[in-house]
Design a binder for this molecule. Sequence first.
Ligand SMILES: [Zn+2]
Length: 89
Amino acid sequence: MPRPSYRTRSRKRVKVKVPGGRLTIHYKREKAKHARCSKCGKPLSGIPRMIPSEIRKLNRTRRRISRMFGGQLCAQCLKTSLKQAIRAL
Ligand SMILES: [Zn+2]
């Protein structure tokens, strides 16, 4: 019986061939939560739901959107905050 924290279906099971020749089950980390907008809290699109070690393997363009504040603000919030900033001038 695996230890209690591994007894959940939200952890992915991977069959791994060990040096002795046996197949054993290894448990991957739980999937990360969505990256969210820091202003409204909506989930950001275009940012993968991966754990940091998997994100590091992606190339830079797949990690976040190449817009200003990409990965921090959603498109609507950026639009409104830019408008506000310009009107405040
Ligand atoms: Zn937002």
